[in-house]
Write a protein that binds this ligand. Structure first.
Ligand SMILES: NC(=O)c1ccc[n+]([C@@H]2O[C@H](COP(=O)([O-])OP(=O)(O)OC[C@H]3O[C@@H](n4cnc5c(N)ncnc54)[C@H](O)[C@@H]3O)[C@@H](O)[C@H]2O)c1
Length: 238
């Protein structure tokens, strides 16, 4: 029996939304684990890390995604962490479409653009779902629909990209302390309901997701394909 290979040293990882909370934790975690990281985000990093390459990217922009793909030589993984929600605004069709564009179409755009890179490296895609993929969310109906669809897209891409040796999985984070979730955390009624259902009784840190992402990129997970892993402190179980 050989030791399972969790090593990501020397691998190159593209992280969209990598100046945000979860993407930022992934970026730092992969760098600390010996990987090279390219962060692609609309926003500039607040505290740039000299070991990370930063690219400005709007994941809604076909041409910008294609241009980035042409500037990136090789890649072992793409993690799509760019995200946004608009509480109570998503019933407007334009807002609904915009949210789908970022989370869902953006996912497909990145998958298509970086497929050749991932084919060459026998790499992987990691998509980001949510607890809202599993149940309705009246305050963010587009976000919830997009996240449910991300689970489905993950399965379809896993089957389709398997012929190129590319694995496609997703992580469904639980309740994580970042900017996107601030509105919920700061609403006492909403916050109390969430906390009451988390077996551990508290929101998690973005760093709590990093181990799962590293596992999914590493060879230790080579048989894992087309799945969405809830990393939620038991929220789905309760
Ligand atoms: N925080 C949570 O509790 C939670 C739970 C489940 C899922 N998620 C998901 O995790 C992912 C990361 O979210 P987060 O919690 O780090 O939020 P965050 O707000 O901290 O980060 C989101 C990042 O996405 C970037 N972004 C937004 N629109 C973009 C665009 N069009 N192009 C490129 N970049 C864009 C923002 O600039 C920001 O840096 C999102 O997909 C989010 O839906 C978060």
């Amino acid at each position: 029996m050989t030791t399972p290979d969790f090593n990501v040293t020397g691998k190159t990882i593209l992280i969209t939304g990598g100046t945000g909370g979860i993407g930022g934790a992934f970026a730092k975690g992969f760098v600390a684990s010996g990987a090279k990281v390219i962060v692609a985000d609309l926003a500039e990093p607040k505290e740039p890390n000299s070991r990370i390459r930063y690219e400005t990217l709007d994941v809604r922009d076909d041409a910008a995604v294609a241009a980035l793909a042409s500037r990136v030589e090789s890649l072992d993984a793409v993690i799509h962490c760019a995200g946004k929600l608009s509480r109570w605004e998503e019933y407007k069709p334009d807002v609904f479409k915009d949210i789908l564009d970022i989370h869902l179409v953006g996912n497909l755009r990145l998958a298509n653009a970086f497929r050749p890179h991932l084919k060459a490296s026998k790499g992987c895609l990691i998509n980001i779902a949510s607890m809202y993929a599993y149940f309705g969310a009246p305050q963010v109906p587009a976000y919830s629909a997009a996240k449910t669809a991300v689970i489905s897209l993950t399965k379809s891409l896993a089957i389709s990209f398997a012929e190129d040796g590319i694995r496609v999985n997703a992580i469904a984070p639980g309740w994580i302390k970042t900017e996107i979730s601030r509105g919920g955390r700061e609403n006492p009624e909403f916050n109390n309901k969430v906390v009451a259902r988390i077996p551990g009784g508290e929101w998690a840190e973005p760093e709590d997701l990093v181990g799962t992402a590293i596992f999914l990129v590493s060879r230790a997970s080579k048989l894992i394909n087309g799945v969405t892993i809830p990393v939620d402190g038991g929220y789905c179980a309760s």
